[in-house]
Design a protein. Structure first.
Length: 295
């Protein structure tokens, strides 16, 4: 069974100027990420604008990433819905494409109870032929997967990890403290990767590593090895870029940053729109400070 640890990139989905999938740019992005030393890749999450793509497009994106990666790094595909039956269907289709794992978030908008969340995730895990990573992101879904529920789910044989993006370090540490052997805890917030790793976490699923995969991977590896001074230097060098990437709703800033690097077009699908000038200026300054080559 694949163990997801280190730094994984929550990949953006490149679009053409007209808003169609740009699979050529996606392949190039995957090649660059791997060359920079990223540990794993996560297509079709919220950073990938998955909810604005139809079923066929999501399959195209994941199939392209799997093909381009060619087994060099694990692929964890997003499969999220607030309808459990649809989440199961998406999970099965992603598994059939040859991914190594499934990332599935708490259902959004309908705000289930903790028991509803437990049953939702168990149903997905039992339908999946690949290991499942839970995704807790209350700021987007309106519901928090509490540590007691996450820890109960962690005992399921096919649930191997959690991407924790609650922003609550106390909550994350409680899961780390009580988790069963083999259950990975991944930060879902770039700025928390350092403290989560020091607390015993296993890594990060990152937005900022879209732009600077090498430095973000170095940060996570240093922190996990216990090189606190080295990790601190990386953290403070990269913190302005982490902050700039959330001046507007993700993935608006990171796509603008990638456009400044010449990696993708600055095209999003409504209701998201391109970043404003102040955000672009902050990104340009932060990318330069991080050592990236802005065009």
């Amino acid at each position: 069974m694949t163990r997801f640890e280190g730094c994984g990139t929550a990949l953006v989905t490149p679009f053409t100027d007209g808003g169609a999938l740009d699979l050529r740019a996606l392949k190039a992005l995957v090649e660059w990420q791997i060359a920079e030393g990223i540990d794993f890749l996560v297509p079709c999450g919220s950073t990938g604008e998955a909810q604005t793509m139809d079923d066929r497009e999501r399959e195209q994106v994941v199939a392209t990433v799997v093909e381009a990666a060619a087994g060099r790094v694990p692929i964890m595909a997003g499969a999220t819905s607030n309808d459990t039956a649809r989440a199961i269907d998406e999970t099965r289709r992603m598994c059939a494409l040859g991914v190594d794992g499934i990332l599935t978030a708490t259902p959004y908008y309908n705000k289930p109870t903790q028991e509803g969340l437990r049953r939702h995730f168990v149903a997905i895990a039992e339908a999946s032929t690949r290991p499942v990573c839970l995704y807790n992101v209350p700021s987007r879904t309106g519901v928090n997967l509490l540590p007691a529920t996450a820890l109960e789910l962690a005992t399921h044989s096919n649930i191997i990890a959690i991407k924790e993006a609650s922003g609550d370090l106390r909550q994350i540490m409680e899961i780390i403290r009580r988790r069963p052997d083999g259950f990975a805890v991944l930060s879902g917030d770039d700025w928390l990767a350092f403290p989560v790793a020091v607390a015993g976490g296993d890594g990060l699923i990152s937005v900022t590593s879209n732009e600077v995969p090498g430095p973000m991977t170095e940060l996570v590896h240093l922190a996990r090895r216990g090189d606190l001074e080295g990790a601190r230097r990386c953290q403070y060098r990269l913190l302005p870029l982490m902050d700039a990437n959330f001046l507007e709703t993700n993935p608006t800033p990171v796509k603008a940053g990638l456009a400044l690097l010449g990696k993708v077009r600055d095209t999003l699908r409504l209701p998201l729109v391109p970043a404003g000038s102040a955000t672009r200026d902050a990104l340009r300054a932060a990318l330069t400070a991080a050592g990236a080559h802005v065009r």
